[in-house]
Design a protein around this ligand. Structure first.
Ligand code: SF4
Length: 350
């Protein structure tokens, strides 16, 4: 079998799909815009629910790509994609044109830019950081310190930053930031046992395997506090601490608290790369900017363009486990398409 599949994006979705496609006998090329594989995952120290290192998953997938001899082109910028009869020609800057019988778009997500929530003080107050910044602090050796150098004794996590928020036009839930807040709170408590940690949430959405148990464990074993309330205001004190004002939505009472560090749990947004590829291929997008499938139930990896499929967080927020599952589901659809199994690619007509 010498049919060719081009996978756009070398994050975990693109990597897993490429391993599986190659194992089925297809000739697979990954186009990655950066100089390394692994997307966001390589920046995450440990993962929920089992606290495995993010880099372990990336190495596991890299090994699979090597075994399957998948071709990877790094630093690739796609200038144009042309549909010629039954195949696509992909013009990559500075390289020879690639031909594909099928394309898998796996362009992932971007993290919400917390500067857009000016009222939370990110980029203005030194000790207001994002969940992504906290991972970088975890990755450093030695004692945990806030960016201004305080050893934090009271820390506040703010949920739903850039998600479920009309003001920034992101109405959806980002799916994994609640569990990220629980995981990071537990990590901080382990590193600073005498710290008081508060999570301010709208609703706790812990629906994946073992997430609810992790949430209970964080309260019972680690003493993490959860307050149902939305942040209304944040201000800095003279010694760089953060005064936060929250309305406790369970008791309907306002709450004021000073913390040494405030962590904004930033959500997912459609990536810049997803929008660029959608424009090049005329792919349908939802109002949120995530890719829209042909049918939400039966064709969730199938785009409106014949031979173009998508998987992972370019179609909406999802956890790592579902990213893997989605990659494999897309591989099944691509295999059916390339083998012309019409029955498998049927649409449910309303
Ligand atoms: S997962 Fe939690 S923090 Fe993230 S958007 Fe949904 S409810 Fe908010």
């Amino acid at each position: 079998m010498n049919k060719k599949v081009v996978v756009i994006g070398g994050g975990i979705t693109g990597m897993e799909a490429s391993v599986q496609l190659s194992a089925l006998g297809y000739s697979v090329t990954i186009l990655e815009k950066e100089s390394q594989l692994g997307g966001h995952l390589k920046d995450w120290t440990v993962l929920f629910p089992n606290l495995r290192k993010g880099t372990e998953i990336v190495s596991f997938l890299e090994h699979g790509l090597e075994l399957q001899e998948v071709n990877v082109i790094f630093n690739s910028k796609i200038n144009e994609i042309k549909k010629i009869n039954k195949h696509y020609e992909i013009i990559v800057e500075g390289r020879k044109t690639l031909v594909a019988d099928a394309i898998l778009v796996a362009t992932g997500f971007d993290l919400f830019d917390a500067h857009r929530k000016e009222e939370f003080g990110y980029g203005i107050y030194e000790n207001v950081i994002t969940s992504y910044d906290l991972e970088k602090i975890f990755a450093k050796e030695g004692e945990i310190r806030t960016p201004s150098g305080i050893k934090p004794k009271r820390i506040g996590f703010i949920h739903c930053v850039g998600s479920r928020d009309e003001k920034v036009n992101n109405h959806y839930c980002s799916n994994v930031c609640c569990v990220t807040g629980v995981k990071q709170a537990m990590e901080l408590k382990t590193l600073i046992p005498d710290a008081e940690i508060f999570n301010f949430y709208m609703d706790m959405r812990m629906f994946d395997t073992h997430f609810e148990e992790l949430y209970l464990e964080s309260q019972k074993k680690y003493g993490i506090n959860f307050i149902r309330g939305r942040l209304s205001e944040a201000n800095e004190t003279i010694d760089k601490r953060i005064v936060i004002k929250v309305e406790d939505t369970l008791t309907s009472r306002p709450l004021k608290m000073t913390v040494d560090m405030m962590v904004l749990l930033v959500g997912m947004e459609p990536s810049k790369g997803t929008k660029e590829i959608a424009n090049l291929l005329n792919l349908k997008m939802r109002e949120s900017g995530f890719l829209k499938p042909e049918d939400d139930h039966t064709m969730s990896n199938v785009s409106n363009m014949p031979g173009v499929f998508f998987a992972g967080t370019c179609s909406g927020p999802m956890s790592i486990k579902y990213t893997f599952t989605d990659a494999r589901a897309a591989v099944t659809k691509i295999n059916c398409f390339l083998k012309e199994y019409e029955l498998q690619n049927r649409i449910l007509v309303n």
